[in-house]
Design a protein around this ligand. Structure first.
Ligand SMILES: [Fe+2]
Length: 220
C-alpha cells in the first residue's frame, strides 16, 4: 500500500494548511502520484508550533468525512515533540495503530532521549522518529577530510531498542544524512512532511522505485 506517514494537512491547527480547500488540492496531487493512505500529523508539544489537542480533535471531526471522500484513506496521527511531559499526557497515535511519530529538538540532544522513549515503549507504544536526518547531533563525520557522514552510536542504540526511523522524501536527493540512512538500510519509513502548497517539500512519487526502499506498509 502507498502510504504517506507524515503531513500537516489537517486545516487550521498548526503551521500547516489553513483552509480545507488547500488540503483537498494537495490531496488530489498526492493521489495522482499514487497515494492510498495519508496520516495527518499535526504538531503536538512543539515549541515552534504550539497546539491544543482539543482543537486537533475538533478539526478532525469537522473535516474527516470531507478528507476521506477522495478514494484515499486519511487517518489522524500527530507529531509529538519529545519532552518528559508526554509521559503524563493522552497522546494521539497513528490511526488505530500503537505507533507514535516523535520529533526531537534540532538544536541539541535531549538528555532524556533514551529514557523517555523507553518509558513510552513500556506503555505499549511503538516509536517512529520523524525526519531522523535533521538531528545533526546523531551523525558524525566518518573520515578525516571530506569524510562521509556516519550515524552515531545513539542511532544504533535506538535501533536496537526497536525504534523506527522516518526520513523525509524531500531529503532523499540532497541530504547526506538521509542518503546514508537509506544506503545502510537504517531508514524504515518515509513521509512528505507536507505543510502547504509551495512549501518546497516534494510530495511522494509512489511510482518512483525509491519508495520500495521503505517499509511504510509493514508498520502503518
Ligand atoms: Fe512535521
Amino acid at each position: 500500500m502507498n502510504i504517506d506517514s507524515h503531513s500537516h494537512l489537517l486545516p487550521a491547527v498548526d503551521d500547516g494548511v489553513e483552509e480545507i480547500e488547500e488540503s483537498l488540492a494537495i490531496l488530489e496531487e498526492m493521489k495522482l502520484k499514487g497515494l492510498q493512505r495519508l496520516y495527518l500529523t499535526p504538531h503536538f508539544f512543539s515549541p515552534r508550533s504550539p497546539t491544543d489537542p482539543a482543537e486537533i480533535m475538533k478539526r478532525w471531526h469537522e473535516f474527516r468525512l470531507e478528507l476521506n471522500n477522495h478514494s484515499v484513506e486519511v487517518l489522524l496521527g500527530s507529531e509529538i515533540f519529545l519532552r518528559p511531559e508526554v509521559l503524563e499526557s493522552d497522546l494521539i497515535a497513528m490511526g488505530e495503530s500503537n505507533c507514535l511519530l516523535i520529533e526531537l529538538s534540532t538544536q541539541r540532544k535531549p538528555h532524556y532521549l533514551l529514557e523517555v522513549i523507553e518509558k513510552l515503549q513500556k506503555k505499549g507504544f511503538r516509536i517512529i522518529l520523524a525526519h531522523l536526518e535533521r538531528y545533526h547531533y546523531l551523525f558524525k563525520r566518518g573520515g578525516l577530510i571530506f569524510g562521509k557522514t556516519e550515524p552515531t552510536d545513539d542511532i544504533h542504540k535506538l535501533r536496537d531498542m526497536g525504534v523506527l526511523f522516518q526520513v523525509n522524501w524531500n531529503s532523499l536527493d540532497k541530504d547526506p544524512n538521509a542518503r546514508v540512512l537509506v544506503d545502510r538500510r537504517i531508514a524504515d519509513i518515509t513521509g512528505s512532511d507536507k505543510h502547504k502548497r509551495g512549501d518546497n517539500r516534494l510530495i511522494i512519487d509512489f511510482h518512483d522505485d525509491r519508495y520500495r526502499l521503505f517499509l511504510n506498509d509493514s508498520f502503518l
